[in-house]
Every structure is written in C-alpha cells, then in structure tokens.
Design a protein around this ligand. Structure first.
Ligand SMILES: [Zn+2]
Length: 222
C-alpha cells in the first residue's frame, strides 16, 4: 500500500477496469477521470459509470470535443469506416494525441485535488500499435507534466509490458474479473459484443489464452 490518493484515467474498457482495481489495492483513495471525447459509442461512457459505481470509486467526466471535430479516425468519426489500418500504418482507430491530452488534463485535475499519482492502462505489447501507449512516451510525459505543473507526478502503467493473457490473470488477482462483465471493448459499440471486430477478436484471444471465460460474453448470453 503506497498510502495516498491516485487518479485513474478510466475509459470503461477491459484494461482500465483492471487498472482501477489494481489501484484500489495500491492506494488508500482512488479517483477516476473519464473523458467524453465524442467517442462514437456512448455505451463506453455508460460502462465507465457502472464500473465506478461497482468499485465504489468517485468519478468525474470531463468533456473534450476537439477530437471529434478533428475527425479522421474510426473511433470518433462516424463517417469513417472501420477497416483496420490507417495513416502511417497505424490502426485507423488511432486518435493522434489522445493519450497526451488525456494525461495532461488528468494531471491538471489531479493537481487541483492534490493528487500526484496517475494510473493508466496503456500497454506497449505489440497488439495495439499506438505510439502514445509506449513507455518512453509516458516517461517523457511524466517529466513534461511534472515540469509544467511544478510538482512531482508519477504515471503508473501496471499493464505496460503484459500480454492480454497476463492482464486477464492480473484482473483476477486484483478482483477486477467480475467487473469485466460491465466493461466495453467492441469497436462496433454492440452489446452483446459483435465478436468480429478487431477489438472483440483481440479480447477473445486473451481470454482464450488465459483459459477463463469472458464475463462480458457470459452476460451477453444470459
Ligand atoms: Zn466487436
């Protein structure tokens, strides 16, 4: 127990749900910040709200409308088809600058509330391919935020080097497994999950490798 407060950047997805429960084990007081950035699927925001309630974590939702105004990616632009690969060989779901902005705004909120530990579920293990999920990006950002706000921030990234399988095992270890039934992953915004989009396929692969059923899929079958 590190014995202080932390702020979890919380999307309502599988990884940030695991991080939320990880943080509950590591810190005395856990807060969550969720960004409403015009994601195509509002089901994601609802998932985040439900899980914070389950975990008994206070949640603030901050609006950012510039990403959907920028468009050009399949997560915020309803006109863009989800095909998989976009500009620069990055996934077409890549929202440029998203994690940079999220972490900076999270730090601003944290600073105002005397919180200097930030937790994020980013992971550089090859499946995502997002450059703003990498450890060197997070280390550089930690330094920028600390300098720019004249405070010593720490960015915790418990999933950084884990495979999907390992993060499911961690979810079980920290008590997040059942909450995953309320998490959201599907790029098509569907519940029960579509099972065919890249996000659903990746999620299913992790559960298969971990040899546990996905509680979200089980809830969908009920
Ligand atoms: Zn799907």
């Amino acid at each position: 127990m590190i014995s202080k407060s932390c702020l979890v950047v919380f999307s309502g997805g599988q990884d940030s749900t695991t991080c939320l429960y990880w943080a509950k084990q590591q810190f005395e007081k856990v807060h969550a910040v969720t960004f409403d950035y015009g994601q195509r699927h509002r089901i994601e925001l609802e998932a985040a709200r439900v899980i914070c309630e389950l975990a008994q974590v206070s949640q603030v939702v901050l609006p950012i409308n510039s990403f959907s105004a920028l468009g050009g990616n399949s997560l915020t632009d309803a006109n863009q088809e989800i095909i998989g690969v976009g500009k620069g060989n990055l996934p077409d779901s890549f929202v440029p600058g998203r994690n940079l902005v999220f972490m900076t705004l999270a730090a601003a909120y944290a600073w105002q509330n005397d919180i200097f530990d930030l937790v994020t579920g980013v992971c550089q293990t090859d499946y995502s391919g997002y450059p703003d999920c990498r450890l060197n990006t997070m280390r550089a950002l930690e330094q920028s935020i600390s300098l720019g706000m004249d405070a010593k921030f720490t960015i915790h990234t418990p999933l950084m080097h884990l495979s999907k399988k390992e993060s499911i095992l961690l979810a079980r270890e920290v008590g997040a497994y059942q909450a995953l039934a309320s998490s959201h992953t599907c790029y098509n915004g569907q519940f029960p999950p579509c099972g065919t989009c890249p996000a659903c396929i990746l999620r299913a692969k992790g559960f298969e490798e971990a040899q546990y059923p996905d509680p979200l899929v089980e809830r969908g079958n009920e």
